[in-house]
Each structure stands twice: as C-alpha cells, then as structure tokens.
Design a protein around this ligand. Sequence first.
Ligand code: A3D
Length: 321
Amino acid sequence: MSRKKISLIGGGQIGGVLAQLIAQRELADVVLFDIVPDLPQGKILDLAEASRIDNFDGKLSGTNNYEDISGSDIVIITAGLPRKPGMSRDDLLVTNANIMKSVAENVSKYAPNSIVIVISNPLDAMVTLFQKISGFPNHRVFGQAGVLDSSRFATFIAWELGVSVKDINALVLGGHGDTMVPLIRYANVNGIPVMEMLERKYNDKQKAEEVMTAMVERTKMAGGEVVKLLKTGSAFYSPASAAISMAESILKDEKRVLPVCAYLNGEFGVNGYYVGVPAILGSNGIEKIVELSLNETEQGLMNNSVKAVKELVEDMTRLGF
Ligand code: A3D
C-alpha cells in the first residue's frame, strides 16, 4: 500500500504546525508549499531534523513549485493573511480572495482528485470561492472552523466546571464569525447537560444562565481574544489540530461526526451556501450532513448566522470574485 500524501498550501504559522502534527503522527507524507522562497524548505528541514528524536518516518518536502502537490490525497489550505488586532475576519476578504483564486487554479491543475480542507479566512467565503473556481464536487471541498469553535466552547466549559475537557461534548453551528451559534442545549458532560451541572453548582438558575451566556460570548470572540494577545497573527495551534482531526477521519475512514463548513442543499433550511453543520467525514470526504432539531431560539440564531454568511458571499461576488 502506498503512503497517503497531504499537501499544505501556506507554510506560515498554521502550515508549520500542520506539518509537525502530520509527521509526528505518521499520518501521511507531507508537502509544504509557500510562495516565499526557501521558507517551506527551511521549515521542513528543521522538522525532518527532529525525526530521530520524535521517532517518525515519512517523506517531508518543502517547495515553491505547485507541481510537487500532484497525487495529493488531501490538500489543506492556509494561504492568506491572518488578522491583526482590531480587524474582523471579513476585513481580509479582498486580499485573501485574490490569494485563494490562484491557489484554487493550481490545486485544480495539479491535485484534481484531492479532498480539500480550507482554513483561510474569511472561512465561509474562501471555501465558497475555492469550490467555485475549482469546480470540485461539494463533498470534496469544505472548511475547518466548527471543530475549533466547538473545542473553544468545550475548553471554557471544562474550566468553569473543573472537570476534564475530554468529557465535554459541545457543538457550534453556523458561520465562522461573530454570529456563530454555540448550542447550549446540546452541550453535555458525558451525557449530563452542562446547564444542569451549572444550576447545581450555583444553586441559582439565573446565575447559571449568566455564566453560560458569558461562555457563549467568549466562544464567539475567542479568535479575537488570541489575536489581541499575540498582536502579530492569529491562533495557530488549535486550528491546525482541528484540521488534522478532520484529515485523520478522512484518511482512516473513521466516519467521525464533526462540525464542518459544508455546502448545504436544503439541510437546516439552507440552500446553496457553505455553513458550519455536523457532518460525517470518511474516505469520500463529506459522506452525510447530520441534521438535528433546533428550537425556535436556536433556529433564529442559525438564520441570523446564515444571513451573515450570505452577505459575505454576496460582497465577494460584488467585488468580482
Ligand atoms: P501566516 O502565518 O501569515 O501564513 C500564511 C502563509 O500564506 C504565509 O506563509 C504566506 O507566505 C502564504 N501565502 C500568501 N500568499 C500565498 C499564495 N498565493 N500561495 C501560497 N501561500 C501564500 O498565517 P496563519 O498560518 O496564522 O493563518 C493562515 C490563515 O488561516 C489566515 O487567513 C487566518 O485568518 C486563517 N485562520 C483561520 C482559522 C479558522 O479556524 C478558520 C483560525 C485561525 C486562522
């Protein structure tokens, strides 16, 4: 059996961590591509020189030549600028759309059968643009956002309850922006509703609701919180880990149910847009969108988030992309 191959387009902060995680877990051979001369070669040389210490085998290469991505099973895209303090993800639209255009043309040319995971922001628009330019089927083009947003929500819940984060199940739906929808009703600690645990902790329903509202707001703003602290650049460990969990489910045909920025064809009442929803990820990419019932409040929040995604995509179209 030949080894699998993952190409990483963008050798910056996230691209570097992606390469390290893939190598250390021996998930696949790695090609790290960037337009900056020598940058991907330097990162890969450094990483390869850790292989004896971390005990991993595998072929690692850094390149400025798109031809090297040919035969990729998975392509993960982080090419594009990250946010600076005070910027919203949407402020990146024009610059990153131009970058995504060239990336999509080259990935279609050199890795036409790959499954593509987009991470570049503004995420929902960048996935849409990649699919439009590449013409790849929707089940082979999707975005990473929900795994990270859900993990952020889970982290805050674990800290608040003083329990292991491994026991937290939390799900965030919608667009990857300030309108994202952390689902309170479905958040649980190994099956026990988080709200029940909060109410028992505080013995006060209103206080429990206030604490949950604060965690929901922190989740929605969590990317910006990191940007503000870092001052140069945005989160990179957690988005890389999130994308790797998706890639691993695909490579190993695990059929994990993960929140994915996926193209909707009527699911959740949305037609023709990429939005964050749970999906089964297997060797074919997205194998099924998993629907769940939303109450009136949740559906209202979801509609609001979908509206924001539509506006972003319409802006992009108006700008000629
Ligand atoms: P950064 O460290 O700047 O790396 C981006 C890399 O892209 C740089 O090395 C550039 O040289 C490279 N690049 C620029 N233009 C091209 C091109 N045309 N072709 C190939 N490579 C190019 O950024 P980063 O790694 O921190 O972040 C990458 C992207 O991910 C940004 O758009 C972030 O906003 C986004 N991001 C998304 C999430 C999500 O959860 C969706 C989280 C964090 C960051």
